[in-house]
Design a protein. Structure first.
Lengths: 362, 362
């Protein structure tokens, strides 16, 4: 029986590739002939370790990470990384530079400060409600790292290229755009991403650490909060979130084998975002909220002429099987999250809905 | 098509009720008619909040928790709770009492000490390799809490009744026996359990906190490590592990509606464990490692005449579709984990296999 599926524009948890969901469903009662569900098999079994290791190999291949990089699967989401990063990588007395581009960057700064760490805000776009990515930075002389948020899910902005920080390692929260395009990872000391946007379901955070960063990890941290605990145990110090890791593995397989890698993925993402932005630019009914040079290819934020129309737009879209178009509660407006797994047809359907909604509500 | 399933005696991740797995599979492509998978729906949607809240209601009803108790779904497993408990509930300078009954209790003590907290070991069964539950305790005058491990997965022991700690709140790691029997929760300030044994898949830890414990939480903790962050946000401060919570909800529903509650569950668990222990007592080929009065109903640990036979036993059992019977790598031997979801037929099959293995290998 064909199950009815809709177009899911939610910001995360978000749409997953339909073929991945079908594969999970088909082998759910017995994973690879083990007679056990993937939710039941031991994390110390060969069957599970194969999944984990293959996921790592694929992530490294997709991001062109060399042997210096460790790939970890941790719990607690990017929100716990906001604390683990300064705890592990920023010694007391040292300063870290943070670039503030919105809600999540602000939270990352807040958590570093809770730990009593020295934070320098090297740039901020708060003056215009985070509608752009800053172009001028005032880095500290001896910053331990420069922290950025590569894509701002709520504000709808994205770094189109990364700043040159010289010898200072960059750290980036890439929760909402990892795997959406190729980039040069070698200048990053740490990249982290909650899986629930571009990599899989909620419940696992991918943390990529460059070997030299591990020298900074203090000895006296709680075991679970210490990066070396996890690098030394290949993410198997304690029971990992097996099902989430398994789904990430399948999504990475889809990225490599069905999409064909990150270059192809970027092409498709540009095409999808282009459709939406180009359509909005043709009139003045829909207004993109981000500056043109800072627009996100993942989260397209926009306003309608008034809030009443925005409410009506979201409700009618939902009736037309286009879900999740409401903007974040902190900023209002509308937002279409069009992550990797959103098919082109979904964006085309949205654009034609927007067109007819506009005609009927001018 | 009927998929072949085996009997899974793994210690966790572990067997789940087959009807629960079937329900997950059947609605995997479209959760409750939303047109989205449970892995794709927003954690802020009504559909998901209904799941979360129903899981809480069922957990409270099953454990007979009154209004003072909060039920949280956190990430990081019981291993992160080893740190969060002293961080949140044990002020510097105060002492906490820990009863050491094995590997996990030892780890809990270690993590409290890493934080520089004062720990008093009120009892230990280390003298006989943790083969029993202590009966004599030396509690501190003003202990902030008494920490116990209700069931010891690796050593195969379980508290048959809990100590009387008077006004001192008890805290228990119940990862491997929560929901296996009724007990009086009101003397516990905190109960925590990684879900992957008796409640669901890996990736979520259930933390039950009594209201009065929250007064102890310091203000300056990292947000994700602070219990009040999660009690104030109903476990939705950040994206929770949605799929794991959903599965826990289904398992709780199964416990209430199919099994009929914890009294019925305990009856069945006693019957299952009884079959195994009684069979082993009839001869001297299989030797239960735990003292009789301390035996676990969840993890039945045993030895065979020699290690070679143990290896052969585990391998032949696996060939007979009885998986996961190897003891923990730190202790060796054999172990049958027979959590709630292990059907009686599974234990009967195991006993008859043990019988024939014994005949062939005397």
């Amino acid at each position: 029986m064909q199950v009815k599926r809709i177009y899911n524009f939610n910001p995360g948890p978000a749409v997953l590739p339909e073929s991945v969901l079908q594969e999970i469903q088909s082998e759910f009662m017995s994973f690879k002939g083990t007679g056990m569900s993937i939710t039941e098999i031991s994390h110390r079994s060969k069957a599970f370790e194969d999944v984990l290791n293959d996921a790592i190999v694929r992530i490294k291949r997709l991001l062109k990470l060399d042997d210096r990089f460790h790939v970890l699967f941790l719990q607690g989401g990017a929100s716990l990384q906001f604390s683990m990063i300064p705890m592990n990588l920023l010694a007391d007395g040292q300063t870290a530079d943070y670039i503030n581009t919105g809600t999540w960057a602000t939270k990352a700064i807040k958590e570093a400060k809770i730990l009593g760490k020295k934070v320098h805000v090297a740039a901020s776009s708060e003056d215009r409600n985070f509608a752009y990515i800053p172009k001028q930075f005032q880095f500290s002389q001896d910053a331990a790292y420069v922290h950025i948020t590569s894509n701002n899910t709520i504000k709808g902005t994205q770094w189109s290229s990364f700043p040159n920080t010289g010898n200072i390692p960059m750290i980036s929260d890439m929760s909402s755009d990892i795997m959406s395009r190729p980039f040069n990872a070698s200048s990053f000391g740490c990249i982290y991403a909650g899986a629930q946007k571009n990599m899989g379901p909620a419940g696992v955070c991918i943390v990529i650490l460059r070997e030299d960063m591990l020298k900074r990890v203090p000895t006296n941290l709680p075991s679970m909060l210490k990066y070396t605990t996890h690098t030394e145990n290949n993410s198997l110090y304690n029971t990992p979130p097996c099902f989430s890791i398994y789904t990430v593995y399948l999504v990475m397989k889809w990225l490599e084998e069905t999409i064909g890698g990150l270059e192809k993925m970027e092409e498709l993402n540009q095409k999808k975002a282009g459709l939406l932005y180009d359509f909005m630019e043709k009139g003045d009914f829909y207004r993109s909220t981000a500056d043109k040079d800072s627009r996100s290819l993942m989260n397209v934020t926009f306003r309608l002429p008034n809030e009443e129309l925005e409410k009506k737009f979201v409700a009618e879209a939902k009736k037309n099987d286009l879900d999740g178009l409401k903007g974040h509660r902190s900023v209002g407006g509308c937002r279409a999250s069009i992550y990797n797994a959103m098919p082109l047809a979904g964006v085309e359907t949205l654009v034609s809905f927007m067109e007819s909604f506009q005609k009927q509500n001018r």
